[in-house]
Structures are given as C-alpha cells and as structure tokens.
Write a protein that binds this ligand. Structure first.
Ligand code: FMN
Length: 197
C-alpha cells in the first residue's frame, strides 16, 4: 500500500538545500504521492486580526476569512496525508520565521488541538514523522557550541497536534562543511529508523 507524504520545507535555498535533497530522497524511496508545501517558494501571509480574534475569543464565531481559509487548507494538507517530513534550517537557534508562521496556521485551538485541564490534546491522527534540521554550526553534545531551541519547540508543536514520536535527523556543520553533500546524505540515511526504510 502506498502512503501519501507531506513534505514541509522552509529553506531559502529551496531545492538546493541539503535537507530538501535528503527529504526528497527518503520520500522517493518510500513511494506514494508527495505533496510539497514549500514555505520559501510560497511564503504565507502574515496573520490577520480576524484570525487572531477567531482563535482567542472564548466562543469563536465561524467567519469567512482568507486567513482562516488558508489555515484550513494547510490543515487539510496534513489531514490528507499519512506521513510527514519537515526539512528546515536552524535560524538563530530556532525554527525559521517561515516555518513558525506555518505552525501558527496549523496549530489551531478547537481544530487541531483541544484544551483540557491537563494541557492540550492533539486532534490529528498520529503518523510517522521525520524532521531534518540543517545548521551551519554544531549544537549537539560533544561539538555543541550553541543552544538548540528548534528541537524542543517543534517536538512540543507536533505533540500538541497529536504526533507523538517524531524522528529528528541533523545535518550539522554545513558552513565550512568538511564532508561532501553526498557523503552527508548517505550518513543521514544510514542513521534513519525502521519507519523510513
Ligand atoms: C538568518 C540565519 C540564521 C542562522 N542561524 C543559525 C544558527 O543559529 N545556528 C547555526 O548553526 N546556523 C545558523 N544559520 C546557518 C544555517 O543554519 C545553515 O546555513 C544551514 O545550512 C541552512 O540550511 P539550508 O541549506 O536548509 O537553508 C543561519 C542562517 C541564516 C540565514
């Protein structure tokens, strides 16, 4: 059975980005339809006041709003696919603004998560999810020279959507990189968990 995959990418380097190349290689190997949401090629519009009101009013009224419609379209991309790959650079220790804006559109109260006394519960179906993080420097133990707020932030976002066990792959040290892109892709592929074979 072939499973459709959603690839969310946020690199200004677009298809040349190593993370994108890795993501497409993995997606091609898994087969099935690939839906691509390229946040650099097609930037999302800033949030509007009607969207903010709809999300924060205690009893939101259904409104006809371009921002709500875009939110709905982006959420439906998640709902119409069964596998998720996010390929993102690290920008200033966190996710790039383009990806954060996507999060603000898809992580929507009473739509993709529900508030409960204990916190927030995700309303999307869980799915195999891979997050590829590219960074100019190093942030993991050993070679770490900077904090990494991207991983815990995106983990919290995905878990609030209902995605419980995302796998993270790191392409580090890309500024002044020592290995060839092909070698880095091969190393990352070799380290993948069973869900991505
Ligand atoms: C605005 C900006 C901020 C960046 N911040 C960081 C950072 O905090 N840590 C880091 O290691 N690299 C940082 N970089 C470097 C990128 O992470 C690096 O170039 C990476 O390869 C980009 O991935 P991409 O090819 O997928 O775009 C930054 C780059 C830009 C453009």
């Amino acid at each position: 059975m072939t499973i459709p995959t959603l690839l969310v990418t946020a690199s200004p380097h677009r298809e040349e980005a190593l993370g994108n190349r890795l993501a497409r290689k993995i997606a091609a190997r898994k087969g099935g339809d690939l839906l691509v949401r390229d946040l650099a090629a097609e930037p999302l519009a800033p949030l509007t006041v009607d969207y903010a009101r709809a999300l924060t009013l205690r009893d939101p009224l259904p409104r006809s709003s371009a921002t709500l419609e875009l939110s709905e379209r982006l959420i439906q991309e998640l709902e119409s696919t069964d596998r998720l790959i996010v390929a993102t650079p690290m920008h200033n220790f966190g996710m790039p603004a383009a990806l954060k804006l996507w999060v603000d559109y898809v992580l929507r109260i009473h739509r993709t998560f529900a508030p409960i006394p204990q916190g927030k519960v995700g309303l999307l179906a869980d799915r195999p999810t891979l997050v590829i993080v590219s960074s100019g420097g190093f942030h993991r133990a050993g070679e770490s020279k900077q904090p990494n707020f991207l991983t815990p932030h995106l983990e919290a976002v995905l878990s609030t959507l209902g995605i419980r066990a995302p796998e993270f792959v790191y392409l580090e040290g890309l500024v002044g990189r020592r290995a060839t892109p092909e070698a880095m892709i091969a190393e990352a592929v070799a380290a993948l968990g069973d869900a991505w074979y």
